[in-house]
Write a protein that binds this ligand. Structure first.
Ligand code: AMP
Length: 423
C-alpha cells in the first residue's frame, strides 16, 4: 500500500513523524525543518477527510518524563504549520485511547514524547549490560515493548511511518507497531518515500564519476560507511577531524589536532583498500590551525593565533580545525565533473566563521556540479547546516533529514522502519 493509493476519509491515522526539533531555552523552535518535512503526509490525511494522531520523540529523556522535552511545547507551532485551528494534546501517550476515540475527521491529536516510556526504545532500565539480569530484563522489556506498540496501534485504523531520522531504529513506534496493522493499512509517508528514492538514486544506477565526501570529527563513527563506499565510489574525499588520524598514521606531526590513536591501522587499511579498488582517496595537504579554540562556544579565544600549516607538520601548540586553501582547491577539483555526489560531515569546525572555508569550497563545488547535471545527496545534520549557512539548500539535488539512518541505508543495510512496512 502506498499513501497515494489510500483514501483516508473517515479513518483515524497514526503517523510516526520526526518532530525532534531544536528548542531554545524558552521552548521556542529554532529550526522547524523537520516539521515542514512531515507536512505533505499530514496534510494528505486531513485533505482526504481523515483524523490525525501524530507521534514523535524529542531528545533523549531515556525513558523518564522530562518537561523540558515535552511535545506539548510545540503543539501550537504544529497547528500553525498544518493550518488548523487547534492541535489537541495527549499528555500520556499510553493513555490516549479516549482522546483518540473522540477525534473527528479533520482533527489532530499530538501524543506526548514517546521516549518518556522506556518501552519506546525497548532498552532495559536500571540493569547493567553484561550482567545475568540484563538478558532477563531485555526479554521482559521486549514483551512490554510489544504491549506498548499494540496500545499505540489501537488508537487508529491506519499506520504511516514517516520518520526517516529514526527509521534505522527498531523502536515501538517506528517498527514494532506495524505488526498490528495488515498490509493494506500500513504504509510509508511521502518523506520516507522521497528519502528511500534518494538513496536508491545513489546506489542503483550510479552515474559516474561518483564522488563521496566524508567529514566530521572521527574515523571511528564513519568507518562502516567509508569501507562500504570504497566498493562503490570513484573518488573519496576524507576531511575534517579524520585528516589527522591519517596524517599521524604516516608519522606526521599533528600538534593538538583531534586524533584516534587506536585507529591508525584502520586509516592505513582504508588507504590500502582504496588502492586495491582503484578509488582515488583525497586527503587534505594543508590545514587552518589555531592555538586556542573554544569548542563549546565555537569561538577563537582572545589572543589565539590562526595559521596555515601542512597537515603533517603542525607545530605542537596548534590544532588543525579546517582544510587549508590548497586542500580546498584540491577538494573542489575532485568534485568538479562528478555525476553522483554524497556529502556527509563538514571539512572543519564550520560553526565558527574562521573555519568555514573548507566546507564552503566543498558545498560550492557540489552546487556547481549539480548545476551541470550531477545528482547530489547531502545528509547528516552538520552538512545540512553547512548548506543552510552557505545558502546552498536550493542548489543541491536532495537534502536528507536522516544522519545515522541515511548512512545505514547507503551502507546497504535494511532499515527496520522500512522493513516493517515493506516486509
Ligand atoms: P560528526 O558528528 O562526526 O559528523 O562531526 C561533526 C563535527 O565535527 C562538527 O561539529 C565539526 O565542528 C567537527 N569537526 C570538523 N572538523 C574538525 C576538526 N578538525 N577538529 C575537531 N572537530 C572537527
Amino acid at each position: 500500500m502506498t499513501i497515494d493509493n489510500c483514501k483516508f476519509e473517515g479513518q483515524k491515522v497514526i503517523v510516526r513523524v520526526d518532530f525532534n526539533v531544536p528548542l531554545n531555552e524558552n521552548g521556542v523552535i529554532t529550526d522547524d525543518t523537520r516539521i515542514r518535512g512531515a507536512l505533505p503526509t499530514l496534510k494528505k490525511v486531513l485533505a482526504d477527510g481523515g483524523a490525525l494522531i501524530i507521534m514523535s520523540h524529542m531528545g533523549k529523556p531515556k525513558g523518564k518524563v522530562n518537561p523540558k522535552l515535552s511535545l506539548g511545547q510545540i503543539k501550537d507551532a504544529v497547528a500553525k504549520a498544518l493550518g488548523v485551528a487547534e492541535v489537541k494534546f495527549a499528555p500520556d501517550c499510553a493513555k490516549a485511547a479516549d482522546a483518540a476515540a473522540a477525534l473527528q475527521p479533520g482533527e489532530v491529536l499530538l501524543l506526548e514524547n514517546l521516549r518518556f516510556y522506556p518501552e519506546e526504545e525497548g532498552k532495559p532500565v536500571g540493569v547493567e549490560k553484561g550482567t545475568p539480569e540484563y538478558d532477563e530484563a531485555k526479554k521482559a522489556m521486549k514483551e512490554s515493548q510489544k504491549k506498548f506498540a499494540k496500545t499505540l496501534a489501537s488508537y487508529a485504523d491506519c499506520y504511516i511511518m514517516d520518520a526517516f531520522g529514526t527509521a534505522h531504529r527498531k523502536h515501538a513506534s517506528t517498527a514494532v507497531i506495524a505488526d498490528y496493522f495488515d498490509a493494506d493499512h500500513k504504509m510509508l509517508g511521502y518523506l520516507m518515500e522521497k528519502e528511500v528514492q534518494a538513496v536508491d538514486n545513489v546506489l542503483s544506477n550510479i552515474k559516474r564519476p561518483f564522488v563521496a565526501i566524508m567529514g566530521g570529527s572521527k574515523v571511528s563513527s564513519k568507518i562502516g560507511i567509508i569501507e562500504n563506499l570504497l566498493g562503490k565510489v570513484d573518488k573519496l574525499i576524507l576531511c575534517g577531524g579524520m585528516t589527522y588520524t591519517f596524517s599521524k598514521a604516516h608519522g606526521g606531526e599533528i600538534g593538538q589536532s583531534i586524533v584516534e590513536l587506536d585507529k591508525l591501522d584502520v586509516a592505513l587499511e582504508v588507504e590500502k583498500k582504496a588502492k586495491e579498488n582503484g578509488v582515488e582517496l583525497v586527503l587534505a595537504d594543508d590545514c587552518v590551525c589555531c592555538t586556542d579554540y573554544d569548542f563549546k562556544n565555537f569561538a577563537v579565544k582572545e589572543g589565539a593565533k590562526i595559521e596555515v600549516y601542512p597537515a603533517n607538520a603542525i607545530p605542537a601548540e596548534f590544532e588543525g580545525l579546517d582544510a587549508g586553501p590548497e586542500s580546498s582547491k584540491k577538494f573542489a577539483a575532485a568534485i568538479d565533473g562528478a555525476k553522483t555526489i554524497l556529502w556527509n560531515g563538514p571539512a572543519g569546525c564550520f560553526e565558527c566563521d574562521a573555519f568555514t572555508d573548507g566546507s564552503k569550497a566543498i558545498g560550492e563545488a557540489i552546487a556547481k556540479a549539480t548545476a551541470e547535471g550531477a545528482f547530489s545527496l547531502i545528509g547528516g545534520g552538520d552538512s545540512v547546516a553547512c548548506c543552510t549557512k552557505f545558502g546552498l539548500t536550493d542548489k543541491v539535488s536532495y537534502i536528507s533529514t536522516g544522519g545515522g539512518a541515511l548512512l545505514e541505508a547507503i551502507e546497504g543495510k535494511v532499515l527496520p522502519g522500512v522493513a516493517a512496512i515493506k516486509g
